[in-house]
Design a protein around this ligand. Structure first.
Ligand code: IPM
Ligand code: MN
Length: 326
């Protein structure tokens, strides 16, 4: 596998994830790639064609976090992370949330399937007359029938294999009438192929209320790229914090490697202090093991992460290893 520790707390949390995977009994052959904001500041490389081609040859990529103060917004995000998502056709961003939300007694267990290659992230748009009072900025949202349908299909397939067999489309069909209509019609069409899966629709603003007040209602949420980005930070906040939120950027067709990364960022304010929570990275590595066919180890890691832990980044990693080996 390829490992991109990245910036800030990325390398610290990834080191714990690798340690835990090995403690679960899975052997890993790792190649480290020095990429991210720090690398960019050093020699200007964000992600060269050669590096991208070399990454294609791995079974999986584990990424810590990227982003460094001093690099303009978008350089690393678009040039590295989104370039990987788009070039490797990682069209599903799967983000599971398990926990008990603040003020609730009942635990929740839902997964957000976020479309990962289109929408507002596609980069359509531009600027005119920059810096003048007549400046115009447009930022389009690209939604293709092909892209929407393959995302919905993946989500329905997942829902059909889960206990509750329920799926909620989240969008804003009352205002984004073009894209919303495409999502809704495609959702309804795919739903006819899954008669055993219960369906619902929520506007994204209402979904924000429900995620806080009634998160147990959800089983699978499927949504577009930007709504998925926002909802999954909220999902993290109601599930023990963003330090626990894991994600899988999947190429379900398996024409190349998938990429696994915690939802959180590089957190430069706490980098190097040894206090970052490694559990999001560890759970992301468990998603990697699921994808690679080592689900028993992945399940064992999830069980080991479920009980409370405390202490430094390394102490938490050590404790989870002990649980796996004991
Ligand atoms: C995420 C992150 C990324 C995104 C950024 C870093 C480009 O916020 O994975 O959720 O917006 O998708
Ligand atoms: Mn995000």
């Amino acid at each position: 596998m390829a490992v991109i520790g990245g910036d800030g707390i990325g390398p610290e949390v990834v080191a714990e994830a690798l340690k835990v995977v090995r403690a679960s009994g899975v052997e890993l052959d790792t190649t480290f790639f020095d990429l991210g904001g720090a690398r960019y500041l050093r020699d200007g490389e964000v992600l060269s064609d050669d590096t991208l081609e070399s990454l294609r040859g791995y079974d999986a990529i584990l990424l810590g976090a990227v982003g460094t103060p001093g690099v303009p917004p978008g350089v690393i995000e678009r040039g590295l992370l989104l370039k990987l998502r788009f070039s490797l056709d990682l069209y599903i961003n799967q983000r599971p949330f398990v926990g008990t939300a603040p003020g609730h007694a009942q635990p929740h267990d839902f997964v957000v399937i976020r479309e990962n290659t289109e929408g507002s992230y596609a980069g359509e748009g531009g600027v005119l007359r920059k810096g003048t009072v007549h400046e115009v900025a447009t930022q389009g949202s690209v939604n293709t029938r092909f892209g929407v349908e393959r995302c919905l299909r993946f989500a329905f397939e997942l829902a059909s294999r889960r206990e509750r067999r329920h799926i909620t489309l989240v969008h804003k069909t009352n205002v984004l009438t073009f894209a919303g209509d495409l999502w809704q019609r495609t959702f309804d069409a795919v739903a006819t192929e899954y008669p055993k899966v219960g369906t619902a629709y929520n506007h994204v603003d209402a979904a924000c209320i429900y995620l806080v007040q009634d998160p147990h209602r959800y089983d699978v949420i499927v949504t577009d790229n930007l709504f998925g980005d926002i909802l999954t930070d909220l999902g993290g906040a109601v599930s023990g914090g963003i330090g626990l939120a894991s994600s899988a950027n999947l190429n379900p067709a398996r024409t190349g490697p998938s990429l696994f990364e915690p939802v959180h960022g590089s957190a430069p304010d706490i980098a190097g202090k040894g206090v970052a929570n490694p559990i999001a990275a560890i759970l992301s590595a468990a998603l990697m093991l699921d994808h690679l066919g080592a689900s028993a180890s992945a399940d064992a890691i999830r069980v080991a992460c479920a009980a409370p832990t405390s202490g430094s980044t390394i102490a938490v990693g050590d404790e989870i290893c002990r649980r796996l080996q004991g």
